[in-house]
Design a binder for this molecule. Structure first.
Ligand code: NAD
Length: 251
């Protein structure tokens, strides 16, 4: 039956940035679809665990600005839940500064988490999928700035454009192992990440005016797309960055 294709029953997922925002929403979606989730964040994902239950959601605290935790994350998922089927690269940061003054620190910190760790965590997950001979799903959270330039966010734009690019590279190389690599490009979503923008009445109004759907997105708006890309319903979807943006890119 068609709805069975969307079930994640028996699947095990790693979701980075699971303590809040979009990663918390994706973790909730996966558990509701039947998966077990290992969350990874720089702080404890206690609220997410309380929401989803210890039997469904476990977490590790890890700093993804370096590659040090990569192997441990994959091994912990396998130790706790017996296997790995899905990786969601959601953890990410943004730094705002005029490009003319942009610092090396603001460049490196963003590229390290949003791009470097994302690639090597994907590589580690793919190696686990290949070892299991199970196939698997890798979903990265990209951005409108995978498609557009933005202003005052050069490292964020570079990182998210890279996410779209390497999503295609990884998909090309790993499709033969039954691994689907795709990305989701959220529009303007109401999370901590956009707190300052939403607090700025002028910017907020300008943004809202340009969104055909006429509202900010919420973590719940990503749930269906995330489950689709994590499930066998998307087995023939490879290397695509799918916008969930209330129509922003269509303008
Ligand atoms: P958020 O700030 O609420 O969450 C960011 C997450 O990343 C948190 O869980 C945090 O713990 C984690 N994180 C940050 N630095 C980390 C580090 N060094 N080590 C481990 N974890 C770290 O923001 P969000 O809106 O939920 O963002 C999630 C993803 O969605 C990000 O990749 C962001 O770029 C992307 N995104 C957000 C929007 C939006 O409008 N909110 C739009 C497009 C893309």
């Amino acid at each position: 039956m068609i709805l069975d294709m969307f079930s994640l029953s028996g699947k095990v997922a790693v979701v980075t940035g699971s303590d809040t925002g979009l990663g918390q929403g994706i973790s909730k979606a996966f558990v509701e679809a039947g998966a077990k989730v290992l969350g990874v964040s720089r702080c404890a994902s206690t609220a997410t665990q309380e929401m989803l239950g210890e039997e469904n959601f476990q977490f590790v605290i890890a700093d993804l600005s370096t590659l040090d935790p990569v192997e441990t994350i994959i091994n912990t998922a396998v130790e706790k839940f017996g296997r790995l089927d899905i990786l969601v690269n959601n953890a990410g940061i943004i730094k705002r500064e005029d490009s003319i003054d942009f610092s090396v620190e603001n460049w490196d910190s963003v590229m390290n988490i949003n791009c470097r760790t994302l690639f090597f965590l994907s590589q580690a997950a793919a190696r686990q999928f290949i070892k299991q001979e199970s196939g698997g799903k890798i979903i990265s959270i990209a951005s409108m700035l995978s498609y557009q330039g933005g202003i005052r966010v050069p490292s964020y734009t570079a990182s998210k454009s890279a996410v779209k690019g390497i999503t295609m590279t990884m998909a090309n190389e790993w499709a033969k192992y039954g691994i689907n690599v795709n990305a989701i490009a959220p529009g303007y979503m109401a999370t901590n990440n956009t707190q300052a923008l939403r607090a700025d009445a002028e910017r907020s109004e300008a943004i809202l005016e340009r969104i055909p759907a006429g509202r900010w997105g919420t973590p719940d708006d990503l749930m269906g797309t995330a489950v689709f890309l994590a499930s066998s319903a998307s087995d023939y979807v490879n290397g695509f960055t799918l916008a969930v943006d209330g129509g922003w890119l269509a303008r």
